[in-house]
Design a protein. Structure first.
Length: 54
């Protein structure tokens, strides 16, 4: 598998997981904390995908 596609998969999975984290404490899917956690999860997924692809 190409390193680009591994990084993309990491970004998508991290963003999805990050967007569901605020629902643990009852915030909505379109709250500000959900947007922030989506971005943090996306960056973490990119970083993990980069580390895996190297």
């Amino acid at each position: 598998m190409d390193s680009k596609s591994i990084i993309w998969i990491g970004m998508v999975c991290g963003s999805l997981i990050g967007s569901f984290v605020p629902s643990i404490w009852g915030d909505g899917m379109f709250s500000m904390s959900s947007v922030i956690f989506t971005a943090v999860g996306g960056f973490a997924g990119i970083w993990i995908g980069f580390k895996i692809s190297r």
